[in-house]
Structures are given as C-alpha cells and as structure tokens.
Design a protein around this ligand. Structure first.
Ligand code: FPP
Ligand code: MG
Length: 307
C-alpha cells in the first residue's frame, strides 16, 4: 500500500505497534494471536486514529494505548468472524480457527476483549470506555443482522448499509472519535465519529467489490461461496430477478453471472462508496487542523484500492 502521504512519525508509531501488540500476552494465547489475527495487518485503524489526533494537535505517543485497544477489538472481531465464516485463511495465512480450532479461536477472541476492558479501565476515561463498549455491541449486532439476512429475501440496500456501518464503520468511527473525545470538544467528537463511520461504510463497500475483483489478500468470491449477501450481490438482484432466485436457491456461482451485469453492479456500489468518502471529506474540512491532505490521501486510497 502506497502511504507516502502519511507523516513519518505516524508511520513509525503505527509500525511500532506490531512489537507492542506481539508482546502483550506472554502465553500460548499470544502465540496463536501473533500467528493469525494480529499478524500482517495494515494497521489502518491506528493510522486513522493517529492522523486525526495529529490534525487536532494532540501528541501521537499519548494515543498509543488507545490505538492498542482499537487494534485488539478489531483482532478479536476477526477471530470470532473466522469461526462464524468457517474461514481457512486470513491475510494469506491459515486463519485462527484453522491454525487451532473453533474453541481456541473463540477463547482467544474473548481473552483479547477482556484485555481491552482492563486497559480501558486503566486509561480511566469513562466516555471512551462507553464508546468502545458500544462499538463491541455494534460489531456483534452487525454480524447478527448479517447472519439473519442470509435467511430473508426482504433485505433492503439500507439494511446492507446498516450492516456495513455496524461491522466496519463502528470501529473506524471509534478511531476518529477517540482523539475528538480527548481533545475535549463534544461537537467535534460527534462529527468525527460520523466521519469515521462513513469512511468505514465506504471501506466495506470496496471490500464487497474486491470480493469479485480479486483482492490479493483474499480468496475470490468468498461471500458468494458462503451464501453471504453483500452490496454487489444485492445490486445484482436489482438488475436480474433471476439471479436473486438462483442465489436464494443456493445455486448462484461466479460463472453464472454475466460479466456485463457484474460490472454494472460493481460500478453502482463503487459510486455509493465514493459518495460516502465525499461526505467524510466534507466533515473533515469543517474541522480545523493541518492534516487535511494526509487524511484525504488515506480516504482516496480506501476507495481506489485495486479493483
Ligand atoms: C469481517 O467481515 C468481520 C467484521 C469486520 C466484524 C466481525 C464481528 C463479529 C464476529 C462480532 C463479534 C465481535 C467481537 C468484538 C468479538 P467479513 O467476513 O465480511 O470480512 P473478511 O473477508 O475480512 O472475513
Ligand atoms: Mg469473514
């Protein structure tokens, strides 16, 4: 990933997290986590948190404990997600469940969440504690609704966007809101949460597009193979009622979708992602600071990832 527009101190601090995260838990739980959900990530969420902090004039180093909590919440959600999705790989390595078992993967995720609660209590900021707990609830709710939606044919595109906001927007909203809360201006914190959530929705929509275009980090057509409704699949239904029927009969395969229809559906979803990013850019422009160019660079990268 090209990150030349991110300030050097942020890149260094985000990179330094690898070492800290890797040494937090001196047990074989740590060994399992370090070889799976804590390995090979881009640390995109901490980078977003640091960029917003720098924008508001905060000291990056003071935000490191918060970045650790956010990254651990994210890692815990991936551990549980890989169990739910019966994944075999994550970031081109064996997934945590494949490396151990569902039982160990769930326990390792639980352990990470408990560690986050411990750290948040030590940080002694009740607002951030509540904001983080709400995000953990949102993550679970998002996955729950997503699971339910595979059983129902009356899902709307709004439902798909709600799931994207809950399962991906929530953590990015937290990354942006934390510096706002520490900065001490409630209006700014609320605007930043909204900013981060919009960025997260865009990120998830691009992920849904990449599921069909080949993300080098992921197995292609994963959602389709798992019968998981994503934004592109939903838009395909709008274009062809026949495809919708085939999907709910569990028979929709990548080969049965015409490339023309697929391209159309992907473009519609990409346009929604771009709108979400434009909305986020409008919010950040209103918040005084010196990191607009870097923040916009990161946002552009999110929608322009290879697809
Ligand atoms: C990845 O989605 C999944 C998430 C971003 C959220 C998962 C949340 C839970 C399992 C709820 C429990 C939460 C906690 C904190 C324990 P995906 O499957 O579409 O993407 P992938 O291809 O990266 O797996
Ligand atoms: Mg998954």
């Amino acid at each position: 990933m090209e990150l030349q527009f991110i300030p050097e101190d942020i890149l260094d601090t985000a990179k330094g997290l690898d070492c800290i995260l890797g040494e937090l838990h001196p047990t074989d739980i740590s060994e399992l986590l370090n070889s799976s959900v804590l390995a090979g990530g881009k640390r995109l969420r901490p980078m977003l948190l640091f960029l917003i902090a720098k924008h508001l004039g905060l000291k990056i180093d003071e935000l490191v404990p918060h970045a650790i909590c956010v990254e651990q919440i994210h890692a815990a959600s991936l551990a549980h997600d890989d169990v739910i999705d019966e994944a075999t790989t994550r970031r081109q390595r064996p997934s945590i469940n494949a490396l151990s078992s569902n039982k160990y993967a769930v326990l390792a995720g639980d352990y990470l969440l408990a560690d986050v609660i411990w750290r948040l209590a030590e940080l002694d900021n009740i607002e951030i504690l509540q904001e983080s707990s709400k995000v953990i609830k949102d993550l679970s709710l998002g996955e729950w609704i997503q699971l339910k939606s595979t059983e129902s044919q009356s899902v709307s595109f709004e439902d798909i966007l709600d799931v994207a906001e809950l399962k991906t927007g929530s953590v990015m909203g937290l990354c942006a809101a934390i510096p706002g809360i520490i900065h001490g201006d409630e209006k700014v914190a609320v605007a930043l949460r909204d900013f981060g959530r919009s960025v997260g929705i865009a990120f998830q929509l691009v992920d849904d597009v990449l599921d069909f275009s080949g993300d080098p980090q992921k197995e292609p057509f994963n959602d389709l193979k798992n019968g998981q409704l994503n934004a592109v699949i939903y838009k395909l239904f709008d274009l062809s009622a026949e495809l919708k029927d085939t999907f709910y009969q569990g028979k929709l395969t990548p080969e049965s979708i015409s490339s023309e229809l697929l391209e159309q559906a992907k473009n519609i979803v990409k346009d929604v992602a771009k709108e979400k990013i434009e909305y986020a850019k409008r919010i950040i422009t209103e918040i005084p600071g010196h990191q607009i160019a870097s923040i916009n660079g990161l946002l552009d990268l999110i929608v322009l990832r290879d697809y």
